[in-house]
Write a protein that binds this ligand. Structure first.
Ligand SMILES: Cc1cc2nc3c(=O)[nH]c(=O)nc-3n(C[C@H](O)[C@H](O)[C@H](O)COP(=O)(O)OP(=O)(O)OC[C@H]3O[C@@H](n4cnc5c(N)ncnc54)[C@H](O)[C@@H]3O)c2cc1C
Length: 851
């Protein structure tokens, strides 16, 4: 290296030395970096001088670095096996200690004196190496090996070698031969501290990997590095992009770019809200630890201008020839990715996207052969997937054992600089740590996801089919935040659940719901902010901020709603049934717009997911593709999901002493009982913010009737179904099939519509509502089962009914054609809605005239 060439790498090494002193790097990493930057020979000659300043004031660090240095140059070079190296290192150190022991008699050794032994040893080695004497490149071995051995064992000098203490070590002059060094992991002699042994094995494996990687990075024929762009696939297991990066063959540079503006898209999605950001911070931290175990690390970059520019800079800095990532499906992120990939490809970089975020790439789902009837329901979506199968899921792949690292790492920033977990400060400077409970409720790591999955497979999955609605028992998987950040792949989740002892079709269907949400978002990019059904955009909503705040903070006076909202605030999560309860309450009883609920969920859920959240709130807000054909009553629902009130007692402790009978309706509790339970309504627990639920519901129905009348062109006159404008992609698939009709320049599609709305459209003056959507809760076991069944059906009830009716019709027509008598009436299972439902058939098409 010429002096000019030396300056830059040495400056880098000094920079990394500062990082080391700040504790941001460990000594082994620092050594590896120095080796990569300075090259082999220069490191061998200058490293000890470079770290000399640490000898004063940072003795331990200095000793550690010298040990690593010795370890590398005296042992790896001689081409020995790792265990052999460990033992030799141990011997060298024990020799050093012995000498120190000898010298101790002459007075205590200074730090510099202690190190000088090691330095002399290595320098001696270097001279010997130059002379071509490879044996001498190792530090001299003490003559009295037995004594050294004894000292090691009695003083426990180096835990790593305790597992060979019972084996014979044969010493011949300066040569040491070892008996069977290729132990299997199970081969640990009795009486040995296994955790210490495990630790030593782990560190040994880590070092071995680092050395392999170093060797790789030093090879002049190394291929160009691969940039592995982590986004929402923060895992090592079953990560096709990661496996793909290994297949390329070059060193892999894992990067994470943070650009909130790009994540946010059009500016109203709250794509990564507070709780979700907090989760992301920890997920990245944990991914970095996992990568470190592979000898690599995550380069985090705070994007100043655009991801495209940041990646182009990374390519220039590292000479990377390939960029790999897992595909994301939010339309604005896909657009960003397309731009990035085009720009990099122009720069000569190979780019590839892998599909593992969903079970099915939503852009590949087609309605071909299925049609559009029932669109929005999971059954319709599954039919589309079955009819038009994708490339096949394949089997999950394990995490790799090591990652090849580059010879030089690009500059990243510290994770904290992304400000993902920054907490607000009070005026007095103290921190408002709103995440205490979130921290104690979750293990944010990939291992945490695996642990949850295993716990669910052991236990919850057996109750999932019938009791996933229970708020008072952990019967669901709670894997949503891990799925959102890709800490577990849906493919491995599906595969694990399939191998469970009980068959959980309902659980597997949930993964289809997840894919359905992403399909909907690709079809309707406005999903997170604009109602899909045009008339509902004009719906009269309340603007009562006090009601909204009460709902957000869990102070509505309805214990089930409050307990759920408090659980959400404190832990960042609530189960699916409760999400339905609080959504119904916001929309049907408080008349607040669904977008408020969506935004609050996005900010407070750790699993906040633009696609799923928007789809569910649109459905709950009566304007999505699939109308919820039910409304949850805040008291009746409790009889199903929290019959004994334990959920409410946990999250609303001020009500804990109320008897079961009144726990969900304290306003009906006699004053004496309230007093005894220490509850003062309006003081330590709020009064109800709305009291006449029936009246509020009737008003909501009325408001819907008004807009449906006002925008009659979007209501099918025959069936009463809502009509929505069809996205271009679906138009192409549907043209010529009669699913849709052209109206002016537009195509309108009839969609699943709530029974009571259809009834209203037909019978505008009707006072009665035979299709009342309010769900009544049930207490008895039998009724619980019925409601679980109905809940399952609610989402798809009308679609299933349509399918059944269509089949019946076809069969009848067929028999008529063949001159056969009518088939006997089918004995179907009881439904909540009357069987004579004239509104349940979604018509094949309708013509709407535009004025
Ligand atoms: C108003 C509302 C808003 C919602 N917002 C979100 C959200 O932002 N993020 C989110 O992940 N889920 C959302 N859901 C769906 C569902 O409530 C959660 O996925 C579920 O409660 C997570 O718990 P779990 O992992 O124990 O689910 P499980 O019942 O164990 O299901 C396993 C997985 O399937 C998926 N899943 C389950 N239910 C649905 C569903 N209805 N739609 C799509 N995917 C589903 C999730 O990824 C879930 O982790 C919302 C539901 C409602 C009613």
């Amino acid at each position: 290296m010429s002096t000019k060439d030396e300056v830059k790498p040495v400056a880098h090494v000094k920079h990394f030395m500062r990082e080391l002193l700040l504790g941001r790097q460990d000594p082994e990493e620092f050594f590896c970096l120095s080796l990569s930057l300075l090259g082999h020979q220069y490191t061998q000659e200058q490293f000890l001088d470079l770290i000399e300043p640490l000898a004063e004031g940072h003795e331990e660090l200095h000793t550690c670095l010298v040990t690593i240095f010795l370890d590398y140059f005296t042992k790896v070079q001689s081409g020995k096996g790792v265990e052999e190296e460990e033992l030799e290192l141990a011997l060298t150190l024990s020799m050093q200690e012995m000498r120190e022991g000898e010298l101790a008699a002459q007075g205590p050794l200074s730090h510099a004196q202690r190190l000088s032994y090691a330095q002399r040893a290595i320098r001696g080695g270097r001279v010997a190496q130059k002379n071509g004497n490879s044996h001498c490149s190792r530090a001299p071995v003490p003559c009295d090996m037995e004594q050294a051995q004894r000292e090691r064992c009695t003083e426990g000098l180096i835990g790593k070698i305790t597992n060979i203490q019972n084996e014979s070590v044969c010493v011949t002059g300066t040569e040491v031969r070892y008996p069977s060094l290729s132990r299997s992991d199970e081969d640990v002699p009795v009486g040995i501290n296994s955790s210490q042994d495990e630790k030593s094995k782990r560190s040994r494996r880590r070092r071995q990997r680092k050395r392999q990687q170093l060797a790789m990075s030093l090879s002049p024929s190394s291929p160009r590095p691969v940039l592995l762009w982590f986004r929402r696939d923060l895992r090592l297991n079953d990560n096709p992009a990661l496996i793909g990066s290994l297949e390329v063959g070059g060193p892999v540079i894992p990067v994470f770019l943070w650009c909130p503006e790009e994540e946010e898209g059009p500016g109203v999605t709250v794509a990564v809200g507070g709780a979700s950001k907090y989760w992301l911070h920890h997920a990245l931290l944990s991914l970095n630890h996992s990568l470190e175990r592979l000898g690599s690390h995550l380069v985090t970059v705070k994007v100043e201008t655009s991801s495209q520019e940041a990646l182009q800079r990374l390519v220039t800095d590292t000479g990377a020839g390939t960029l790999l990532a897992t595909a994301l499906y939010e339309p604005w992120l896909k657009e960003r990715d397309d731009l990035v990939f085009t720009a990099l490809q122009r720069q000569g970089v190979k780019c590839q996207l892998y599909h593992s975020y969903c079970l099915r790439d939503p852009n590949s789902v087609s309605t071909e052969g299925v049609g559009l009837r029932g669109i929005g329901s999971v059954s319709h979506f599954m039919s589309c997937c079955q009819q038009n199968p994708g490339p096949g899921l394949g089997t999950p792949v394990d995490a790799p054992l090591c990652l090849p690292v580059p010879s030089a790492w690009p500059q990243g920033c510290h994770l904290s600089q992304l400000a993902l977990a920054r907490m607000p400060r009070r005026k007095d400077g103290t921190v408002v740590d709103w995440a205490t409970n979130i921290r104690s409720s979750w293990d944010f790591s990939e291992e945490g996801a695996q642990a949850r999955l295993q716990a669910f497979l052991r236990d919850g999955i057996y109750r999932y089919e019938k009791e996933s609605c229970r708020a008072d028992a952990p019967n669901t998987s709670s894997l949503s935040p891990y799925l959102h950040y890709g800490q577990i792949s849906p493919r491995s989740l599906l595969s694990e659940s399939r191998s469970a002892r009980c068959r959980p079709p309902k659980f597997q269907r949930k993964l289809a719901w997840r894919d359905l949400a992403y399909w909907q978002l690709t079809l309707f990019p406005d999903l997170p902010w604009e109602s899909l059904r045009p008339p509902y955009k004009a719906l009269r909503w309340s603007s009562d901020r006090a009601h909204l705040k009460a709902w957000q903070r869990g102070r509505t006076g309805y214990p089930l709603v409050d307990a759920s909202m408090r659980q959400l605030w404190l832990t960042g999560w609530m189960n699916n049934y409760m999400r339905h309860v609080v959504a119904s309450f916001l929309i049907a009883y408080l008349h607040l717009p669904w977008q408020e609920g969506y935004r609050w969920f996005q900010d407070t859920l750790v699993d906040a997911d633009v696609a799923i959240d928007a789809m569910m709130w649109q459905n709950g807000g009566m304007c999505g593709l699939d109308h919820w054909n039910f409304v949850m009553h805040p008291v009746c629902a409790a009889l199903t999901c929290d019959p004994c009130g334990s959920f409410v007692r946990k999250w609303c402790p001020e009500l804990a002493e109320l008897p079961d009978e009144f726990i969900h309706k304290p306003w009906q509790c006699p004053t004496s009982l309230l007093r005894r339970a220490g509850v003062v309504l309006g003081q330590n627990y709020p009064e109800r913010i709305v009291t006449d639920l029936e009246e509020r519901r009737a008003q909501s129905l009325q408001d819907v009737a008004v807009v449906r009348r006002q925008f009659g062109q979007y209501v099918d006159r025959h069936s009463g179904c809502d009509l929505i404008p069809l996205p271009d992609r679906l138009v192409k698939e549907a043209l010529g099939r009669g699913d849709i009709v052209q109206s002016g320049s537009r195509f309108l599609l009839p969609v699943i519509t709530r029974m009571e709305f259809k009834h209203q459209a037909h019978d505008t003056d009707a006072k009665s509502n035979p299709f009342d959507a309010v769900l009544k809760g049930y207490v008895s076991r039998k009724r619980d089962e019925t409601i679980a069944f109905l809940n399952e059906r609610d989402f798809t009830a009308s679609v299933l009914s349509e399918n059944a009716q269509r089949r019946d019709r076809q069969e009848r027509d067929q028999r008529a054609l063949e001159g056969l008598p009518h088939p006997p009436a089918a004995h179907s299972r009881a439904r909540r809605t009357p069987s004579k439902d004239i509104f349940s058939v979604v018509p094949a098409g309708v013509t709407v005239r535009h004025k």
